[in-house]
Design a binder for this molecule. Sequence first.
Ligand SMILES: Nc1ncnc2c1ncn2[C@@H]1O[C@H](COP(=O)(O)OP(=O)(O)OP(=O)(O)O)[C@@H](O)[C@H]1O
Length: 361
Amino acid sequence: MSDDDNSPISARAAKQLFADLRGAPALVLAVSGGPDSVALMWLAARWQRSFSRGPRLLVVTVDHGLRPEAAREAREVKRLAAELGLPHRTLRWRGAKPKTGLPAAAREARYRLLTQAARAAGASHVVTAHTRDDQAETLLMRMLRGSGLAGLSAMAQLTERDGIVLARPLLDIPKSQLIATLKRAKVAFADDPTNRDTAFTRPRLRALLPQLAAEGGDSRSLARLAGRLSRANAAVEVLVDGADRFLQLRARGDAPQVGVRSFEAEAFALLPEEVRLRLLLRAINALGHEGPAELGKVETLLSVLDQALALGPRAAANGRSVLKQTLAGALISLAGGRIHIAPAPVRRSRKGTRRADEGGS
Ligand SMILES: Nc1ncnc2c1ncn2[C@@H]1O[C@H](COP(=O)(O)OP(=O)(O)OP(=O)(O)O)[C@@H](O)[C@H]1O
């Protein structure tokens, strides 16, 4: 860790960190009460005071209803926000809590509540306090799961959700600098014990980080790796855009069918495997009605498709369907020398709930 990693963030440095947010009408600051987000609130308040007409700031704390101390922590954030002259709201997650996958469900609820609050306040952005340490943990978690290049790109500075921009201006900043900033400003912050609860994957991985850092794999190098993979991922996406246009040009003579993607099988087969995979993934996610497809399942589908295509154009050119499979609510078929992707038919199950056909046929 360099000396800089332990120095407080200056007003000048903060101005650069928040530069992308300067023109926003209003910002929701997502503040849990932990050190990272309390530092975000303190830095943003100081930054806003430097303008006569900066973005309006609204501080939002989500109480997930999972820990008894959460309500007190939210009140503490409200008190600190008031000291900084910022309005604050506490939002409660009232839905049923699942027995498994609780962190993921809580995160989903949190982002839903935060984006709703942003919309209601006329804010264009929800700003979170993700740090370089969070980025390193995210990369590590995804590496252990065997994620693809897109997943290994970890978090981006700006993403979009339901028309609201999620901004992470502190993504290159180590947590130690945020703590140094709070210490210098004499601001107190809460300690969330779930951050160390080894019943959850992320805290278990967090506990491994000092050992990795001792071997040279500190948050700086892990975050640099995520940045490099993100750059490579962006380049592949541009190649996939180009391949998509190429396939559309090849289909010029064919009347396009509404709600169906279709590729000429022979031209598709010439493309690199990663590009073929992403073309399928994009089409399935755009037309399927069961949420994003799992990468592993699309890989399996592609190998089945490749085997069918390896039988040669004859196999696929006689109009008969040589492959018909559903995945993530999309129907993928190979017939007449073309690959078709369309929404899968929705049928009623015996219990009366609607569901898509499953499995191949
Ligand atoms: N209860 C909360 N209320 C408001 N904002 C929160 C809350 N919890 C987390 N945040 C915001 O999200 C940021 C990341 O928090 P944390 O690392 O705990 O999230 P996570 O559960 O690991 O999931 P993700 O990284 O996907 O958001 C925090 O710095 C803060 O800005």
